[in-house]
Ligand binder design. Structure first.
Ligand code: CP3
Length: 350
């Protein structure tokens, strides 16, 4: 195994001391980079995901171009529904579409149980190739959607504004919903274990749609299955990060779900969350992604606010509060990473 030259991200995940606060950016391998768009011109999104050489290349781009302290494997959360048997298409400037959405127990029963080493071999190949090409420069993060977030896409058939289909499903067919969540949780746990086996140094579970639920429903339909996934992941000391967007009301429960790190969106203050839940988990986040539309002074001011809010403690990974937007100037992302490197040193003096 290649020894990591920069392991700040992994140390921060475990609450250990670091020289500066490590940064990575959700959706860092993506359309805001002209170098990504150049490859994307030649291959559609799903082909890129399924071609390990292309996936590895775009995964490493932000390490070279932006200077982030961790890479995240280029892929998508929707590869799991596809592997379970749904037809997936990425529709240009509209987003993902899953055909024949799940609406009944019958539909749930028809979904395959996946074997990631066969059905998602292309992702595992991309992970091992990327690891080789990174050559220990920074750690590599693997990821999956949470069972709840994946179920939302599988029932809605894509993105949604009102989320009425998923709400109808859980309120009218709770048995089928729990069956489906259980099935997805097994797939996600096997998949994340396989990614770790292939070389991922950490994994992140994206619960993008957790905030759609009332506090009680969040526990029943999302948190319970995140817990199930984490308890089934085969790992040594690879950290698990849970990013739950819009979940203000269950931070204490989240801190006890088995994750090493909780990712926060920008509507919360890191310092307040820390004092509420203590040092049991590290925190990741949480600059408002639209701050990257600002000039350097604005970016610096807001980045320092985030660092100050967390304070002089270990266990902070700097990130945005959600994915980077496609029309952000890449030099602003680079400036953010540079400024956090420099300014955060003051928060880590011995
Ligand atoms: O973070 C990274 O750089 C790794 C790559 C990554 C992608 N998707 C690449 C991608 C990750 C971690 C994801 C996760 C993902 N995918 C989530 C959870 C994260 C979040 O943002 O909350 C969700 C909900 C999806 C589903 C998905 N995939 C949507 C809704 C879209 C369309 C959105 C859009 O901006 O058009 C995608 C497509 C997608 N996934 C792109 C990328 C780079 C854009 C594809 C393109 O090049 O056209």
């Amino acid at each position: 195994m290649t020894k990591l030259k920069n392991d700040l991200f992994l140390r921060a995940c475990k609450g250990k001391s670091v020289e500066y606060t490590p940064t990575w950016i959700m959706r860092q391998a993506g359309r805001y980079l002209p170098e990504y768009r150049a490859i994307r011109k030649k291959a559609d999104f799903i082909t890129m995901c399924k071609t390990p050489e292309l996936a590895a290349e775009v995964t490493i781009q932000p390490v070279d171009l932006i200077g982030v302290d961790a890479a995240i494997i280029f892929s998508d959360i929707l590869v799991i529904p596809e592997a379970m048997g749904m037809r997936l298409e990425m529709i240009e400037s509209k987003g993902p579409k899953l055909y024949n959405p799940i609406r009944s127990m019958d539909d749930v029963n028809k979904l395959k149980e996946i074997d990631p080493t066969k059905d998602l071999k292309y992702v595992l190949d991309a992970v091992s190739l990327t690891k080789r090409e990174l050559n220990g420069r920074v750690p590599l993060i693997g990821f999956a959607g949470s069972p709840w977030t994946l179920m939302t896409y599988m029932v809605e058939g894509g993105g949604s504004k009102s989320f009425s289909e998923i709400k109808k499903f859980i309120y009218n067919k709770p048995k089928a919903a729990h069956m489906l969540l259980d099935k997805i949780a097994d797939s996600v746990a096997d998949y994340l274990s396989a990614k770790i086996e292939a070389g991922a140094n950490a994994v992140q579970i994206f619960d993008t749609w957790g905030g759609l639920l009332s506090p009680a429903d969040f526990e029943e339909f999302s948190l319970a299955y995140i817990q199930k996934v984490i308890s089934q992941i085969k790992r040594k000391d690879e950290p698990v990060i849970v990013f739950a967007k819009g979940v203000h009301y269950k931070l204490n429960k989240l801190a006890n779900c088995g994750a090493d790190v909780i990712g926060l969106d920008w509507t919360m203050e890191l310092g307040k969350v820390r004092s509420k839940i203590g040092n049991k988990v590290a925190l990741q986040g949480n600059l408002d992604p639209t701050v990257l539309y600002g000039d350097n002074d604005k970016i610096k001011k807001e980045a320092i606010k985030v660092l100050k809010s967390f304070g002089k403690h270990n266990g902070h990974i700097f990130n945005l509060g959600h994915g980077i937007l496609p029309d952000v100037p890449p030099e602003n992302a680079k400036y953010l990473v540079d400024v956090v490197k420099e300014e955060s040193k003051k928060f880590h003096v011995k």
